[in-house]
Design a protein around this ligand. Structure first.
Ligand SMILES: Cc1cc2nc3c(=O)[nH]c(=O)nc-3n(C[C@H](O)[C@H](O)[C@H](O)COP(=O)(O)O)c2cc1C
Length: 238
Protein backbone atom coordinates (compact mmCIF):
# COMPACT_ATOMS: atom_id res chain seq x y z
CA UNK A 1 0.00 0.00 0.00
CA UNK A 2 1.30 3.47 -0.90
CA UNK A 3 2.38 5.55 2.08
CA UNK A 4 0.26 8.59 2.92
CA UNK A 5 1.70 11.92 4.06
CA UNK A 6 1.51 12.19 7.87
CA UNK A 7 -1.26 14.82 8.02
CA UNK A 8 -3.40 13.04 5.43
CA UNK A 9 -3.08 9.82 7.41
CA UNK A 10 -4.44 11.62 10.49
CA UNK A 11 -7.65 12.45 8.66
CA UNK A 12 -8.23 8.84 7.64
CA UNK A 13 -10.88 6.83 9.42
CA UNK A 14 -9.21 4.24 11.65
CA UNK A 15 -9.67 0.74 10.33
CA UNK A 16 -9.47 -0.78 13.81
CA UNK A 17 -11.09 0.81 16.84
CA UNK A 18 -8.91 2.36 19.52
CA UNK A 19 -8.81 0.44 22.81
CA UNK A 20 -10.99 1.97 25.55
CA UNK A 21 -8.16 3.65 27.51
CA UNK A 22 -7.00 5.43 24.36
CA UNK A 23 -10.47 6.32 23.07
CA UNK A 24 -11.61 7.86 26.35
CA UNK A 25 -8.43 9.98 26.48
CA UNK A 26 -8.55 10.90 22.80
CA UNK A 27 -12.08 12.28 23.11
CA UNK A 28 -12.24 15.99 23.55
CA UNK A 29 -14.59 18.72 22.40
CA UNK A 30 -13.53 19.80 18.93
CA UNK A 31 -14.45 23.30 17.74
CA UNK A 32 -13.10 23.23 14.19
CA UNK A 33 -13.86 20.40 11.76
CA UNK A 34 -12.83 19.49 8.24
CA UNK A 35 -15.67 19.74 5.71
CA UNK A 36 -15.11 16.13 4.57
CA UNK A 37 -18.27 14.09 5.27
CA UNK A 38 -18.40 10.57 6.70
CA UNK A 39 -19.70 7.62 4.71
CA UNK A 40 -23.28 6.59 5.45
CA UNK A 41 -22.05 3.20 6.72
CA UNK A 42 -19.84 5.00 9.26
CA UNK A 43 -22.83 7.06 10.44
CA UNK A 44 -24.78 3.84 10.89
CA UNK A 45 -21.92 2.17 12.81
CA UNK A 46 -21.73 5.12 15.21
CA UNK A 47 -25.52 5.11 15.69
CA UNK A 48 -25.39 1.35 16.32
CA UNK A 49 -22.74 1.85 19.02
CA UNK A 50 -24.73 4.65 20.68
CA UNK A 51 -27.84 2.47 20.61
CA UNK A 52 -26.10 0.21 23.18
CA UNK A 53 -26.18 2.97 25.83
CA UNK A 54 -27.90 1.99 29.10
CA UNK A 55 -31.17 3.62 30.14
CA UNK A 56 -33.62 3.51 33.03
CA UNK A 57 -35.55 0.20 32.72
CA UNK A 58 -34.19 -0.02 29.14
CA UNK A 59 -36.67 2.65 28.04
CA UNK A 60 -34.17 3.92 25.40
CA UNK A 61 -35.83 7.36 25.36
CA UNK A 62 -33.50 8.86 22.73
CA UNK A 63 -34.98 10.06 19.48
CA UNK A 64 -32.04 11.12 17.36
CA UNK A 65 -31.98 13.09 14.10
CA UNK A 66 -28.71 13.21 12.14
CA UNK A 67 -28.48 16.04 9.62
CA UNK A 68 -25.92 16.14 6.78
CA UNK A 69 -25.40 17.52 3.27
CA UNK A 70 -27.72 20.19 1.84
CA UNK A 71 -30.08 19.92 4.84
CA UNK A 72 -27.22 20.70 7.19
CA UNK A 73 -26.43 23.85 5.20
CA UNK A 74 -30.01 25.11 5.23
CA UNK A 75 -30.52 24.26 8.89
CA UNK A 76 -27.42 26.24 9.84
CA UNK A 77 -28.82 29.23 7.90
CA UNK A 78 -32.15 28.90 9.73
CA UNK A 79 -30.39 28.79 13.09
CA UNK A 80 -28.38 31.90 12.26
CA UNK A 81 -31.55 33.69 11.15
CA UNK A 82 -33.36 32.63 14.33
CA UNK A 83 -30.43 33.94 16.38
CA UNK A 84 -30.39 37.25 14.50
CA UNK A 85 -34.13 37.63 15.21
CA UNK A 86 -33.71 36.67 18.86
CA UNK A 87 -35.91 33.61 18.37
CA UNK A 88 -34.79 31.48 21.29
CA UNK A 89 -36.98 28.52 22.23
CA UNK A 90 -35.16 26.27 24.73
CA UNK A 91 -37.13 23.27 26.01
CA UNK A 92 -35.07 23.25 29.21
CA UNK A 93 -33.70 26.08 31.32
CA UNK A 94 -29.96 26.82 31.43
CA UNK A 95 -28.87 29.17 34.18
CA UNK A 96 -25.07 29.22 34.22
CA UNK A 97 -25.08 31.87 36.98
CA UNK A 98 -26.60 29.23 39.23
CA UNK A 99 -23.36 27.25 39.07
CA UNK A 100 -21.62 28.32 42.28
CA UNK A 101 -18.41 27.42 44.13
CA UNK A 102 -15.95 25.08 42.41
CA UNK A 103 -18.41 24.49 39.57
CA UNK A 104 -18.61 28.19 38.77
CA UNK A 105 -14.80 28.45 38.92
CA UNK A 106 -14.42 25.56 36.48
CA UNK A 107 -16.93 27.18 34.14
CA UNK A 108 -14.96 30.45 34.17
CA UNK A 109 -11.69 28.58 33.63
CA UNK A 110 -13.13 26.73 30.63
CA UNK A 111 -14.26 29.99 29.01
CA UNK A 112 -10.90 31.64 29.70
CA UNK A 113 -8.89 28.78 28.16
CA UNK A 114 -11.13 28.57 25.11
CA UNK A 115 -11.18 32.32 24.39
CA UNK A 116 -7.41 32.52 24.89
CA UNK A 117 -6.89 29.64 22.44
CA UNK A 118 -8.72 31.50 19.69
CA UNK A 119 -7.24 34.87 20.62
CA UNK A 120 -10.45 36.58 21.77
CA UNK A 121 -10.61 38.93 24.74
CA UNK A 122 -13.51 38.04 27.03
CA UNK A 123 -14.93 41.57 26.76
CA UNK A 124 -14.83 41.59 22.93
CA UNK A 125 -18.59 41.31 22.41
CA UNK A 126 -18.43 41.22 18.59
CA UNK A 127 -15.94 38.38 18.64
CA UNK A 128 -18.08 36.52 21.15
CA UNK A 129 -21.06 36.84 18.83
CA UNK A 130 -18.89 35.17 16.18
CA UNK A 131 -18.35 32.29 18.62
CA UNK A 132 -22.13 31.83 18.87
CA UNK A 133 -22.32 31.84 15.06
CA UNK A 134 -19.61 29.18 14.92
CA UNK A 135 -21.72 27.03 17.23
CA UNK A 136 -24.71 27.50 14.92
CA UNK A 137 -22.56 26.53 11.94
CA UNK A 138 -21.82 23.28 13.82
CA UNK A 139 -18.18 24.45 14.07
CA UNK A 140 -17.86 23.55 10.38
CA UNK A 141 -18.74 19.88 11.00
CA UNK A 142 -20.45 18.07 8.10
CA UNK A 143 -22.90 16.31 10.46
CA UNK A 144 -25.01 17.24 13.45
CA UNK A 145 -27.01 14.83 15.63
CA UNK A 146 -29.95 16.24 17.57
CA UNK A 147 -30.81 14.35 20.76
CA UNK A 148 -34.55 14.61 21.33
CA UNK A 149 -36.45 12.93 24.16
CA UNK A 150 -40.07 12.44 25.24
CA UNK A 151 -41.10 14.52 28.26
CA UNK A 152 -41.99 12.64 31.46
CA UNK A 153 -42.38 14.20 34.92
CA UNK A 154 -39.45 16.46 35.81
CA UNK A 155 -37.45 14.89 32.93
CA UNK A 156 -34.37 14.29 35.08
CA UNK A 157 -34.21 10.51 34.60
CA UNK A 158 -34.80 10.76 30.87
CA UNK A 159 -32.17 13.48 30.51
CA UNK A 160 -29.71 11.19 32.33
CA UNK A 161 -30.40 8.50 29.73
CA UNK A 162 -29.77 10.99 26.92
CA UNK A 163 -26.44 11.85 28.56
CA UNK A 164 -25.53 8.14 28.52
CA UNK A 165 -26.40 8.04 24.82
CA UNK A 166 -24.41 11.19 24.07
CA UNK A 167 -21.21 9.94 25.71
CA UNK A 168 -21.48 6.54 24.00
CA UNK A 169 -21.86 8.39 20.68
CA UNK A 170 -18.82 10.58 21.43
CA UNK A 171 -16.66 7.60 22.47
CA UNK A 172 -17.65 5.75 19.31
CA UNK A 173 -16.39 8.74 17.31
CA UNK A 174 -13.15 8.89 19.30
CA UNK A 175 -12.53 5.14 18.91
CA UNK A 176 -12.74 5.61 15.12
CA UNK A 177 -10.30 8.53 15.06
CA UNK A 178 -13.21 10.97 14.62
CA UNK A 179 -14.39 13.83 16.79
CA UNK A 180 -17.48 15.58 18.06
CA UNK A 181 -18.77 18.22 20.43
CA UNK A 182 -21.95 18.19 22.51
CA UNK A 183 -23.73 21.57 22.21
CA UNK A 184 -26.39 22.76 24.62
CA UNK A 185 -26.60 25.96 22.58
CA UNK A 186 -28.30 24.08 19.72
CA UNK A 187 -31.12 23.28 22.14
CA UNK A 188 -31.84 27.02 22.47
CA UNK A 189 -33.40 26.86 18.99
CA UNK A 190 -35.60 23.80 19.57
CA UNK A 191 -38.66 25.19 17.72
CA UNK A 192 -36.57 26.12 14.65
CA UNK A 193 -35.06 22.63 14.51
CA UNK A 194 -38.37 20.84 15.15
CA UNK A 195 -40.07 22.82 12.41
CA UNK A 196 -37.26 22.27 9.90
CA UNK A 197 -37.10 18.51 10.55
CA UNK A 198 -40.90 18.06 10.97
CA UNK A 199 -40.56 16.74 14.51
CA UNK A 200 -43.56 16.58 16.82
CA UNK A 201 -43.58 19.08 19.73
CA UNK A 202 -43.90 16.12 22.12
CA UNK A 203 -40.16 15.54 21.61
CA UNK A 204 -37.90 17.90 23.54
CA UNK A 205 -34.36 18.80 22.48
CA UNK A 206 -31.71 18.35 25.17
CA UNK A 207 -28.60 19.04 23.09
CA UNK A 208 -26.93 18.42 19.73
CA UNK A 209 -23.60 16.84 18.75
CA UNK A 210 -21.65 18.24 15.80
CA UNK A 211 -19.20 15.68 14.47
CA UNK A 212 -16.79 14.63 11.74
CA UNK A 213 -13.03 14.84 11.22
CA UNK A 214 -11.09 17.09 13.56
CA UNK A 215 -9.06 19.88 11.96
CA UNK A 216 -5.95 19.15 13.96
CA UNK A 217 -4.23 22.36 12.87
CA UNK A 218 -6.98 24.74 14.06
CA UNK A 219 -6.07 26.95 17.09
CA UNK A 220 -9.43 26.10 18.74
CA UNK A 221 -8.39 22.44 18.91
CA UNK A 222 -4.94 22.94 20.42
CA UNK A 223 -5.94 22.75 24.09
CA UNK A 224 -7.33 19.99 26.27
CA UNK A 225 -9.41 20.78 29.32
CA UNK A 226 -7.98 19.34 32.52
CA UNK A 227 -9.95 17.67 35.27
CA UNK A 228 -10.13 18.18 39.03
CA UNK A 229 -8.07 15.83 41.19
CA UNK A 230 -9.96 12.60 41.94
CA UNK A 231 -10.43 13.41 45.62
CA UNK A 232 -12.62 16.41 44.69
CA UNK A 233 -15.07 14.10 42.90
CA UNK A 234 -14.82 10.58 44.30
CA UNK A 235 -14.96 9.26 47.87
CA UNK A 236 -14.00 5.67 48.49
CA UNK A 237 -15.74 3.95 51.42
CA UNK A 238 -14.82 0.58 52.86
C1 LIG B 1 -24.12 18.45 27.53
C2 LIG B 1 -22.99 19.32 27.08
C3 LIG B 1 -23.26 20.50 26.40
C4 LIG B 1 -22.23 21.31 25.91
N1 LIG B 1 -22.53 22.44 25.20
C5 LIG B 1 -21.55 23.13 24.58
C6 LIG B 1 -21.88 24.20 23.69
O1 LIG B 1 -23.04 24.55 23.49
N2 LIG B 1 -20.86 24.83 23.05
C7 LIG B 1 -19.55 24.48 23.25
O2 LIG B 1 -18.66 25.07 22.62
N3 LIG B 1 -19.21 23.47 24.09
C8 LIG B 1 -20.17 22.77 24.74
N4 LIG B 1 -19.86 21.70 25.55
C9 LIG B 1 -18.46 21.27 25.67
C10 LIG B 1 -17.85 21.51 27.07
O3 LIG B 1 -17.41 22.84 27.16
C11 LIG B 1 -16.68 20.51 27.25
O4 LIG B 1 -17.20 19.20 27.30
C12 LIG B 1 -15.91 20.76 28.54
O5 LIG B 1 -15.28 22.02 28.52
C13 LIG B 1 -14.84 19.68 28.77
O6 LIG B 1 -13.95 19.64 27.66
P1 LIG B 1 -13.77 18.31 26.80
O7 LIG B 1 -15.11 17.88 26.27
O8 LIG B 1 -12.83 18.73 25.70
O9 LIG B 1 -13.17 17.27 27.70
C14 LIG B 1 -20.87 20.92 26.12
C15 LIG B 1 -20.60 19.74 26.84
C16 LIG B 1 -21.64 18.95 27.30
C17 LIG B 1 -21.33 17.67 28.03
Amino acid sequence: MAQQPANQHKETLLQTLLPFDQAVRARHSVRHFLAKPLAQETLISIANDAQLAPSNCNTQPWNVHIVSGAKREVLSQRLLQADAQGLHSPDFSFDMQAFGGAYGERRKQQGKIYYQSIGIARDDLEARKAVVKNNLNFYGAPHAAFLFMPSFGDNVRTAGDIGMYGQTFLLSLAARGLAGIPQTILGFYADTIREFLSISPEYKLLFGISFGYEDRNAPANQFKMGRAPLNQSVTFHD
